[in-house]
Ligand binder design. Structure first.
Ligand SMILES: [Fe+2]
Ligand SMILES: [Fe+2]
Length: 240
């Protein structure tokens, strides 16, 4: 298992580890994203047991002790298992997440107090990079869920939205909705609720130009259309 490194947008690096045993025979990718700036930010920490490998990969781009912000979508091992390892490795780093995650879990689980982000609040990394935090409760699963949008590059970090199996290139411009629907049929990992479509359409209103998937390639193109099509598919599932 090696971790591939690709710059998917200006100053935004994707770290991707393909694990053939997960969702075999297709396999499954686990991706982390690093946004450079005066205060560098990581979205997804990787699993705790993969910290030596992931941190070594990040160190090829930047000294890991420079990391300032540790962020992720929700509280699961692939999203934040290595949270405390990063806090220990980067002395100035802080976990940042929404009010629900901090109140319910991170105030206790994180080794240093987290920064609490209000819905819509921006973390300014310096160097032109601005990360807007968006509450997405229960989307695609977990009450505390939230996502980040980098304004200068139009990059939406989608977390588990659009999850697909298989390996493949770092960046695609083709269809990501079809594979996401097929994978939802397989895993049933989303918490279907009437709020799902509206929450995803709110993300579509950002008109992102790049979508960073946690499990799958990154996508460059009309992010709004892809998000609206995904929302429509969830609406159909809820109606059914
Ligand atoms: Fe998840
Ligand atoms: Fe995930």
């Amino acid at each position: 298992m090696d971790t591939k490194i690709d710059e998917i947008a200006d100053g935004i690096f994707r770290f991707s580890t393909f694990v053939p045993e997960v969702a075999a025979p297709a396999g499954f990718t686990f991706n982390q994203f690093l946004v450079l700036g005066d205060e560098p930010l990581i979205f997804h920490t990787g699993h705790r047991r993969m910290f030596p490998q992931i941190s070594a990969a990040v160190a090829r781009v930047m000294p890991i002790e420079r990391l300032r912000w540790i962020t992720f979508g929700h509280y699961e091992a692939d999203e934040c298992g290595a949270m405390n390892d990063w806090l220990a490795a980067a002395p100035r780093s802080e976990v940042a997440h929404g009010e629900t995650a901090c109140m319910v879990t991170l105030g206790d689980a994180a080794d240093r107090p987290p920064r609490v982000l209000k819905d819509g609040e921006v973390i300014d990394l310096g160097g032109g990079k601005r990360l807007r935090y968006l509450d997405t409760p229960h989307v695609p699963h977990a009450w505390e869920s939230g996502l980040l949008y980098e304004e200068s590059t139009g990059t939406l970090f989608c977390g588990d939205l659009f999850t697909q199996t298989g390996g493949g290139p770092a960046l695609v411009e083709g269809d990501i909705v079809g594979p996401a629907i097929a994978t939802e049929d397989m895993f049933r990992s989303s918490s279907l609720s009437p709020a799902m479509g509206p929450t995803i359409r709110r993300l579509a209103a950002l008109a992102p130009r790049t979508l960073g998937l946690m499990h799958g390639p990154s996508f460059r193109g009309d992010g709004a259309s892809a998000l609206k099509a995904l929302a429509e598919n969830y609406d159909q599932r809820i109606r059914a």
